[in-house]
Structure formats: structure tokens, C-alpha cells
Design a protein. Sequence first.
Length: 264
Amino acid sequence: MPRISRPVLAVVFAAGLLAGCSSTKEDPTANWTPDRIYTEARDEVQAGGFDKAVPLFEKLEGRAAGTPLAQQAQIEKAYAQYKAGEKEQAHATLDRFIRLHPASPAIDYALYLKGLVNFNDNLGMFAWLSRQDLSERDQKAAKDSYQSFNELVTRFPQSRYAPDARQRMTYIVNSLAQYEVHVARYYYSRGAYVAAIARAQTALADYQGVPATLEALDILINSYDKLGMNDLRDDAKRVRDSNYANTPDATQTPGKKDPWWKFW
């Protein structure tokens, strides 16, 4: 039996490894047309396979570069990333789309989707389980979401997405106001009345005409009373009486109130 030298064996072994690697990285879409890639990606989206749709849209961006189809792939990739839970990636994709295609007819949708990426109403859907609301969570995402929706309704007031964006903006404003009241309530319950006053005043000054106003006023009145600041207490009472006559003190209502946020 002929003997094979070690260098030859090494070359054969390396060639085998390269062949194995190349076979595992074979692109099944190599011979697909852009239209077929788009169809396959859309089918994955329809089936809920958002994680599978994302790389297909990415391939389509490259294959159809410089065409309207590539723009469509980019915006639909952002949606697939959003639905797949890849919020940071979706946000980056949308920022890139808006920067590269400022005149696109889909800019209003891009702004709307950007707002949705940061909009979180999960606690609204499951409030009956957790008895929490969005106001008790981090507010940065809510503010970013509001900014995107606000840009949409300002630049494109007649957009098909504007009515829903306005409703979500109302939800966010209510949430941000309730967050200030939530913190004020926390300070008040621990006897930190100066801090409670500061947060209640923020809610009243920055978010006028929202459901949280009543409790903010009550926290303000009771905190002034605890500190013996009677003149300021009476001023706050006059404001409360002129707007919420015969309404019980919100800080004395037993238990958690029904969710304030639900309006659609």
C-alpha cells in the first residue's frame, strides 16, 4: 500500500475543511430574483417568522440597491425587526431610512413605526393582572415615542397614520403626568412633603388638563397642610374646588383606582 506523506495529508485535510465550510455557507437565495426574495420575505412576515424575514429583506436591499424595491425592503425590514423584538435595530433602520430617503412617500409611515417601536402598552393590556400602568415604568421610551408621533402629526397632519398617532400621544402625555404623580405619592407616603410638592407641581405645570391633575392637587394640598403652609394650601384648595367640586380626595381613595389610561 503506497504511503502518503504528511504534507500531502495536511493539504487534503485543509481542502476538506474548506469544502465543508463552503457548503455550510451556501446561500440558498443566490439564484433568486429580487421579486422572489421579496415574496419569500413577505410570506415569512405573514406567517409570523419575523426573524427569518429580516435577513431576506437585508439581502433584497443589496440585490436591488438604488431601486424603489430596496427602499421598500428597508422599511419592511424595520417592521420585521420591531415585531421580532429587535427594537434597537428597528430604530437604527428607521433612522437610516429617514436620513437616506427624506422625500420618500413612506416617511410618514417611517415616523409612525418609529413611534410604535418605543410605544409600550403591554401593561395597559394586562393591567388587570399586574394592577400597574405605564406611568410606573421608565419614561425615556415614552418620551421618544411621543417625539416621533408628534413629528408625524406636525409634518403630515393628513396622513392615514395621524389619527392613531394622536391617540397614542394622548396616552403618553397621561402616562408622563401620572408618573410624576406616582413619584409624588411615593414621597408623600414617606413623609417627604417637600419632594412630594415638587413632583406634584411638575405634573400640574407640564401636563395640564390630564386625569392625573386631581391627585396632584390633593397631594399638593395635603403636603402643604402637613408642613403648616396654610396660605399655599388654601390657594391650592381654591384651584381644586373650582375644577373638582364635590370630588373625593384622590389620596384617600382606598386601593388602586381603575386604570385611567384606557380610551380605545
